[in-house]
Design a protein around this ligand. Structure first.
Ligand code: G6P
Length: 613
């Protein structure tokens, strides 16, 4: 969480930093700030609120300068206010720092600094770093990069930092551990950012910093990298493969809507080159390399958080059904702290859109230490999780900017479906006929998603009717139980309506008590093996006066008789139906949130990349 950006070179820094901060705003948006070097002095503009508030604040003021750093914050230590906004000055105000992460031993460090006369203005852990670096510089009389290195040796926790000092105005120092950091190399200039999105329009040559690496960016010189332990590292320059138009709204009102509508393409991209329904071939390098391990695995453990955890649940149904390998799905945050039993034969599949989620990353490290093979399903190329795994498959959904995850979910499920099919086929669990039928169906999914997207107007009308509801219940069974969870999560996240997802049959063990005429109940009731059962559950809801919104298969008559509102989706193979049934739920939450006047792309208190525990 928190977005950081830096620029040093011949151009005006302010426009580059502001644009970069807008791109990174998905990482946090409760305050923002910028520091610029102007005639040897550091000028600081920072305030509570979004990057647009910062722009308004800085408007009309002097924003010149060709060296600068910027930050958009998701608060951890101290409330979101002007003072806690980054950048933070050191005591002498000779250097400024921006930080993403948490300094766990900040209290101890702060105590020591207090005793040495340092005064703290903010409640942040970051200010500790600013003072500490300055303290070391004063004591040791070393260059800035060496003071940073020595300071980082005293720090426990996660950080991505950039430091600008007026004593050494020709350089920016960046370092990272546990939080991401990319450095773009231009002509006599450097761009620094939490991800590549602020960099891509300026240069495609980038270096991803590894943990405990410190970069010294000095125009006119090669990028220098050394470790916290003082080892020189040769920078590995990569070419960015990111399409710029994917970072813009492209005519849509919100990124979330754009991303919902991108799904026919993003699902196609996640399958592209990996399967051929004509020959029946599935080729995923990550799976081929570890095929025997997968097939012989006594079980697969899937870990993730939020929407990625829901995709993992669908993965459990898919892999158990098609490949007959036992699967357990765990919240990464629970898994990492409960001393789980992991053996060397286990396969752990870690799912993460951002590839940066702190709990998922820590769970991977734990499973790795215990000898398990780790397979990653990530969207962001080059992300920390992608690099921490033994093998993996990118989802290729393209950048997801709306905080509520949509296209990442369907891309994750598509990849999981491919894995389940590949393993089921290899193990001989699937007849050739079933295998080919499912592969052909998977190939058809993007077209089916396009069909479902045509229901948007109907969904907008339904949203109008229910936008003021205070609670929602989402019900589904089997493969669509995780979709009910995901539908409820989407609504909560962006419209702030309380919603619960439940397995339809479990409803009678609790949630049924909540049902009355005020309670909208969304039921996923497409034609599948539990259709008759779900019809009974619908009757139970109707008998108690609940308002029913049903997702049904085109031509359905039975549920239609009971439901207050129906959204029709095309007929689809049950195992792949989550890829279709989730679409109307995404649209429903989107339209309800818009009608309630909520900030869809930046819901309160949330951030897209959760790099703290
Ligand atoms: C945050 C986001 C969710 C996301 C979850 C896991 O809560 O707001 O949209 O599902 O983190 O993130 P990951 O990047 O690991 O999939």
């Amino acid at each position: 969480m928190c977005g950081i950006v830096g620029y040093i070179g011949p151009k005006e820094a302010y426009p580059i930093l502001i644009k970069g901060l807008h791109r990174l705003e998905y990482r946090g948006y409760d305050s923002a700030g910028i520091a610029l070097l102007q005639n040897g002095e550091i000028k600081l503009y920072k305030c509570k609120g979004k990057v647009s508030d910062l722009e308004a604040f800085a408007s009309g003021k002097n924003t010149s300068g060709t060296v600068g750093i910027g930050h958009t914050r998701w608060a951890t230590h101290g409330p979101p206010n002007d003072i806690n906004a980054h950048p933070h000055y050191s005591m002498s105000e000779e250097l400024v720092i921006i930080h993403n992460g948490i300094i766990e031993n900040y209290a101890t460090l702060k105590e020591g600094l207090n005793k040495r006369g340092y005064v703290f203005k903010s409640d942040t852990d970051t200010e500790v770093l600013a003072h500490l670096i300055e303290d070391i510089q004063n004591k040791e009389q070393v260059p800035l990069e060496e003071a940073v290195r020595l300071a980082l040796n005293e720090v426990i926790g996660a950080y991505a930092i950039v430091i600008l000092s007026k004593k050494e105005p020709q350089k920016l120092i960046a370092a990272k551990k546990g939080s991401p950091m990319v450095i773009g190399i231009g002509n006599d200039e450097f761009y620094i950012a939490s991800d590549a999105t602020p960099i891509v329009e300026h240069t495609r040559n980038v270096v991803y910093l590894d943990d405990e690496e410190i970069a010294i960016a000095e125009p006119g010189k090669e990028l220098k990298i050394k470790t916290v332990k003082n080892l020189e590292i040769t920078p590995y320059i990569q070419q960015l493969q990111l399409e710029l138009e994917l970072l813009e709204k492209g005519g849509y009102d919100h990124f979330m809507l754009k991303e919902i509508f991108e799904q026919p393409r993003s699902i196609r991209d996640s399958l592209r080159g990996r399967m051929d329904p004509n020959t029946g071939r599935i080729s995923m390098a990550g799976i081929i390399d570890f095929e025997n391990k997968f097939i012989q695995a006594p079980r697969i453990i899937i870990i993730g958080c939020g929407t990625s955890w829901h995709a993992g649940l669908v993965g459990e149904y898919l892999i158990e059904e098609l490949a007959r390998i036992p699967v357990e799905v765990e919240y990464a945050s629970e898994f990492r702290y409960r001393n789980p039993i992991i053996t060397e034969n286990d396969i752990v599949i870690a799912i993460s859109q951002s590839g940066e989620t702190a709990d998922t990353l820590a769970a991977i490290q734990l499973a790795k230490q215990k000898g398990a093979t780790i397979f990653g399903i990530c969207n962001v190329v080059g992300s920390s999780i992608a690099r921490a795994t033994h093998a993996g498959a990118y989802t290729h959904a393209g950048p997801e900017i709306g905080v509520a995850s949509t296209k990442a979910f369907t891309a994750q499920v598509s990849v999981l479906a491919l894995i389940a099919l590949a393993l089921g086929h290899k193990k001989g669990n699937l007849t050739e006929q079933t295998y080919h039928k499912l592969l052909t169906e998977l190939d058809r999914i993007p077209d089916l998603v396009s069909e479902v997207l045509k229901t948007e107007n109907k969904i907008r009308e339904i949203s109008q009717i229910f936008k003021d509801a205070r609670n929602f219940l989402y019900l589904g069974r089997g493969f669509n139980f995780p979709v009910a969870l995901e539908g409820a999560l989407k609504l909560k996240e962006i419209s702030y309506i309380h919603a619960e997802g439940y397995p339809a049959a479990e409803m009678k063990h609790g949630p049924i008590a909540l049902i009355d005429e005020e309670m909208p109940v969304v039921v996923i009731a497409n034609r599948n093996t539990s259709y008759e059962k779900i019809v009974s559950n619908i009757q139970e809801v109707k008998a108690r006066g609940g308002k029913l919104i049903a997702i049904v298969t085109c031509g359905d008559t039975e549920v239609r008789k009971m439901a207050d509102y129906c959204i029709e989706i095309p007929e689809v193979e049950e195992a792949l139906s989550p890829l279709i049934t989730v679409i109307p739920l995404q649209l429903l939450s989107y339209h309800i949130a818009v009608l309630r006047g909520c900030n869809v792309d930046q819901p309160r208190n949330l951030a897209k990349s959760v790099t703290v525990e």
